[in-house]
Write a protein that binds this ligand. Structure first.
Ligand code: ZN
Length: 350
């Protein structure tokens, strides 16, 4: 069924029970489906069902209607109608499946297998946590297979070796990845910059090539591989930064940026999506919870760059290109990003 069909738009979608019945019939009809774990298919049905239910939840409907009302061009309208709707999975992108029954997963030291698998698969690392395996997700990323385990653990993170400082403000920037209010700067990764440039070149090349020709397929493979490396690099950078933050501070303040809006409208777009601000916030949020660190989201309208961190005066004519903040009231001269991070650290909810 198409997502554009009128039935779907009105929330009349295929019911879960119908899908399950259909799968049973298909398994009788097509022998090759026998090679799949029935649970894997059932989990897919569960996921789709959840996605559809969410798409028709009252909050999403309100939000969607709001966006639809604002849409003017046909392109905007199509996009608005799709807000919160499940997307069709493209073959070759993010291919994965999950097994959620612990009795079907066997782990032996550095090997694991799931039901119907004729042999054990060697893992690169031993599982680091002790606890019950709740789920395994097997995915194909950049031509390599991965298994990730969801484990319910009782391991508490009580690694309180070093005393933590009270609080820190973090400014995510264009010039540097992050500037902290204690003066520490995390620079942008040069290898990542290079990879992103190469990625854009390859994407341009692909657009010029004849679809499905040998060269086209080759470029596509290279793009997939590079995508994978870029995403791994991004994750590694973000983990390094967030690990430093949660292990050194009791309270962390960041700006509550509207990433999607910024990516759409702003020159900062490329810089912000290079860093992966959304992912940064997501990872920081869960780590703060895990380590009992307080995360403060600074109001997105708070002028962190334009305010003087010493006397509080506001400088409305500060340009994006001004790398140094010079205060006209108290004569403070300070790095622009450091000034912002100090303000973020000092922000208090009114
Ligand atoms: Zn000042």
């Amino acid at each position: 069924m198409s997502l554009e069909s009128p039935a779907f738009r009105h929330g009349e979608y295929v019911k879960k029970t119908t899908s399950i019945k259909l799968i049973k019939e298909l398994r009788v009809k097509y022998e090759w489906l026998e090679n799949f774990l029935i649970r894997v298919i059932r989990n897919c049905v569960d996921d789709i069902d959840k996605a559809i239910k969410r798409a028709w939840s009252p909050q999403i409907i309100v939000e969607r209607n709001r966006v639809i009302a604002k849409a003017i061009t046909p392109k905007q309208k199509v996009k608005a109608f799709r807000l919160g709707m499940p997307k069709f999975a493209k073959k070759g992108i993010n291919e994965s499946f999950s097994i959620r029954e612990k009795e079907k997963i066997t782990i032996k030291d550095r090997k694991f297998k799931v039901e119907k698998m004729p042999f054990y698969i060697k893992m690169r690392n031993k599982i680091r946590f002790s606890g019950v395996v709740k789920q395994v997700t097997i995915s194909l990323q950049g031509g390599k297979w991965f298994a990730s385990f969801l484990i319910q653990t009782l391991d508490k993170h009580e690694e309180e070796q070093k005393p933590r400082s009270a609080s820190v403000g973090v400014d995510i920037g264009i010039k540097n990845l992050a500037t902290l209010s204690n003066g520490i700067v995390f620079p942008k990764s040069q290898p990542l910059k290079k990879q992103l440039k190469r990625l854009r070149q390859l994407q341009k090349k692909l657009a010029r090539q004849v679809q499905y020709s040998n060269g086209y397929e080759k470029t596509k493979k290279r793009i997939a591989r590079l995508h994978y490396f870029v995403s791994q690099k991004r994750k590694a950078i973000i983990h390094e930064l967030t690990d430093y933050l949660v292990s050194n501070f009791k309270k962390i303040a960041i700006e509550d940026l509207n990433v999607k809006g910024m990516i759409k409208n702003n020159k900062l777009a490329k810089a912000i999506s290079d860093v992966g601000f959304g992912m940064f916030r997501e990872i920081l949020t869960y780590k703060c919870k895990l380590y009992g660190v307080k995360l403060v989201l600074v109001d997105r309208f708070f002028p962190s760059s334009k305010t003087c961190s010493k006397c509080g005066a506001k400088k409305d004519d500060l340009k994006l290109s001004d790398r140094v903040y010079t205060c006209n009231s108290c004569n403070l001269v300070i790095d622009r990003d450091l000034n912002a991070s100090l303000n973020i650290n000092g922000w208090r909810q009114v």
